[in-house]
Design a protein around this ligand. Structure first.
Ligand SMILES: Cc1cn([C@@H]2O[C@H](COP(=O)(O)OP(=O)(O)OP(=O)(O)O)[C@@H](O)[C@H]2O)c(=O)[nH]c1=O
Length: 693
């Protein structure tokens, strides 16, 4: 819902740093992993991708592998291939690239995966205590090429990275305290080096991110080989394997290799450059698929790099769809099957001369937009049924057990749980379910950074509002009167015309956003010179609280309507903070509390121009020169082309409007405030700091 957005400068930096990531733009890149760490590592470098967690069960017989890394690579390959095979059938789209990974820890000849329970975590961590161990992440990149005859060619690039980690001696107390933190449970070896587990580590030799779950540097080098340096050669032959849709037993056939895919060394060794530093990290390429015979392995011309490759062909025949209906968009033919609103198949002939065929990425984008509302509603429903709370308390329930607990049908619950898995909200193993880290941190109603209250608000208020969007666009004003009987003056007052429960729900939604965005806003600027602040319309005081945490010398007065101030007491433990106080009043009518910094978070975008000027003049009147004004809103791009979150918010047609940072600056300047700094935070709200001239 809140896509983290790279700023323009970040995007440029990414393009300069790694042209490969930008080459993947517009391609359907799929991460076949439920690991939130992998998602974050790849998202942080600006890669755009979908997450489709693999259903492959990590049950390969370890004794069959000569070395532990072979096990990790094979598991990664099976994870990626399972998703590459499933997507054309279940998601009706073929990815361009599927990335699978598997992280294992090895010590004393044992392979440690994720602990099954606390005792298993204890066994693992005590075996690591005081010793050096290796962490291997195997990675498989499956490159899919749709051919004209609806077959898909699969090319596989696989590699691994090793990092050595040394643990300090761990006392029993430390071990159990760490285990009881809950952190070990979803992590290989039972620790997370990126969090509390980092305290157990004496040294790391090699790629740190490899330990966290994904060897980013090695991955980029491999992508670079695929997309930048390789040339096709017509005399090259590689072995390809023909797979049927259920794809279990490949039969070999010869085919031309797809251009730009690196080919395999006959020795299976790698000349991918090792990290140039003194790092002891080793980079390796594994042997090709067992079915690829050495006779077909070709060293790529014009480069001393060799990487492994094998190629599969998947017969993706429409006639094999189990329900007998043709549902796939056949972009390799001149006939596009469309489904009519009554569900019938419409054959629409498009000749090559009339129109060019739609691009895959366009179809995918439109598909995502068409389905966006279903995804939102699936999230809302799971949150409303408290599925994420339940699976936090009782991880590993199956659909029937969840259905019983949430008092819903088994069929419906199963569909909902599976949809949540596909959206990266839940993970499933052997038809049981548990939260992903994302759900644990943001969707549980009692999580510190829970967005549960905001999700409820979206479902209760914004969802019905958006169902009247057509009239809102035609008439140019909010359709709230169609949703609630009494016509509002403004959103907050409107909420107060309803029941106390509705007021609390609205406050809870604002509270969630302030808690999640608060720290980014509060720490965006050096505010050390300000000792007293006033958060105008500060609701529950969550934002104020973040300001006092970030600035130890600062006290903050929250100024809001009497009904809000009264109810804000419910949002404990905020009131335990004695540097946050509440004053009841209406900022349009009453005198503003004195302060040397005023905070306006999520206020201005909802006000008419007239009200906005009244409020800004009142603030300007009480501000002495040097006083600060901190504004926090979603800032639109200067050309108003994004971010979508701001532009979609405008569609609720409140009385106000969404503005860019420059537009806000101009407004504030007209009241004597000079913009000192602007910060795009990459969180839910951006921030601007102005000083009274
Ligand atoms: C050593 C270490 C591991 N991990 C996590 O351990 C999981 C390994 O399990 P996996 O089987 O490779 O992945 P998964 O989480 O089950 O996801 P999937 O790819 O869907 O199988 C991954 O999450 C990693 O980040 C950390 O977060 N920090 C660390 O220091």
């Amino acid at each position: 819902m809140f896509n983290s957005r790279l700023t323009l400068s970040d995007e440029k930096a990414t393009m300069v740093l790694n042209p490969v990531i930008s080459k993947l733009a517009g391609k359907l890149v799929v991460l076949a992993s439920a690991s939130p760490r992998r998602l974050e590592i790849l998202r942080n470098v600006g890669l755009r991708f979908e997450v489709v967690p693999s259903w492959f069960k990590e049950t390969l017989d370890k004794s069959l592998f000569k070395a532990p890394h072979e096990y990790a690579v094979e598991t990664a390959k099976q994870k990626a291939l399972e998703v590459a095979r499933r997507m054309p059938i279940k998601h009706l789209k073929t990815p361009d690239i599927v990335i699978g990974a598997d992280t294992i820890v090895t010590v004393d000849g044992m392979i440690l995966e994720k602990p099954v329970d606390k005792h298993d975590a204890y066994r693992m961590l005590s075996s690591l205590s005081g010793k050096e161990h290796s962490v291997y992440t195997g990675v498989a990149i499956v490159v899919c090429h749709e051919k004209e005859n609806e077959e898909v060619d699969y090319q596989l690039i696989q590699f691994y990275e090793e990092t050595k980690v040394k643990f300090a001696d761990l006392s029993e107390d430390m071990l159990w305290e760490y285990i009881n933190s809950g952190e070990p449970m979803d992590k290989a070896g039972g620790y997370g080096i990126q969090a509390l587990g980092g305290m157990l580590v004496e040294y790391v030799h090699g790629d740190f991110l490899n330990v966290v779950g994904f060897p980013l540097n090695h991955f980029c080098k491999q992508l670079s080989l695929i997309y930048n340096h390789c040339t096709s050669s017509s005399d090259q032959k590689s072995e390809s394997v023909h797979l049927s849709l259920n794809g279990t037993h490949p039969t070999s056939v010869l085919s031309q290799p797809t251009p730009n895919i690196p080919t395999q060394s006959s020795h299976g060794s790698s000349s991918i450059p090792k990290p140039s530093s003194a790092s002891s990290s080793q980079t390796h390429l594994t042997h090709c698929s067992p079915s690829a015979s050495p006779g077909h392995k070709v060293k790529r011309k014009g480069s001393d790099s060799e990487v492994s490759q094998s190629s599969w062909t998947l017969v993706n025949s429409l006639s094999k769809h189990t329900d007998g209906r043709e549902a796939k968009l056949r972009d390799s033919e001149n006939t596009l099957p469309l489904i009519s609103s009554s569900g019938q198949l419409i054959e629409h002939d498009v000749t090559e001369h009339e129109d060019s065929e739609p691009r895959k990425e366009d179809l995918r984008r439109i598909g995502e937009l068409i389905d966006g509302f279903k995804a939102s509603k699936a999230l809302f429903t799971a949150a409303r049924l408290r599925v994420f709370d339940l699976l936090h308390r009782m991880p590993g329930l199956d659909a029937a057990q969840v259905a019983q607990e949430v008092k819903a049908s088994v069929k419906g619950t199963e569909c909902l749980l599976e949809a949540c898995v596909s959206l990266g909200l839940l993970k499933s193993k052997e038809r049981t379910y548990e939260n992903t880290d994302l759900a644990t941190s943001l969707l549980r109603s009692d999580a510190c950074f829970s967005l549960h209250g905001y999700i409820q608000h979206c479902d209760d208020t914004l969802w019905p509002l958006f169902s009247h969007l057509e009239s809102a666009v035609e008439e140019g004003h909010s359709q709230r009167e169609k949703v609630v009987s009494n016509k509002p003056k403004d959103m907050l007052k409107d909420a107060f015309h309803n029941s106390q429960e509705a007021k609390l729900r609205f406050m809870n939604a604002m509270h969630c956003v302030a808690k999640v965005a608060g720290k980014s806003v509060a720490t965006a600027f050096d505010l050390s010179r300000y000792k007293t602040a006033c958060d105008l319309g500060g609701c529950t005081g969550a934002m104020a609280c973040e300001f006092t945490k970030a600035h130890p010398g600062m006290s903050v007065t929250v100024f809001d309507l009497p009904a809000v101030a009264e109810l804000s007491e419910r949002f404990h433990p905020l009131h335990s903070n004695n540097r946050v106080s509440f004053v009841a009043g209406d900022f349009f009518q009453d005198e503003l509390p004195k302060a040397d910094l005023y905070i306006l978070a999520r206020i201005l975008h909802d006000l008419t121009d007239e009200k906005l000027h009244i409020l800004l003049s009142k603030i300007a009147d009480v501000c002495k020169p040097g006083c600060g004004l901190l504004l926090s809103e979603i800032f639109l791009d200067e050309d108003r082309s994004g971010p979508s979150r701001g532009l979609l918010q405008a569609l609720s047609m409140s009385e106000g409007k969404q503005r860019s940072a420059t537009e806000y600056s101009v407004l504030l300047k007209s009241h004597g405030f000079i913009t000192a700094q602007i910060r795009h935070t990459d969180n839910l709200l951006d921030a601007m700091f102005c000083i009274k001239a």
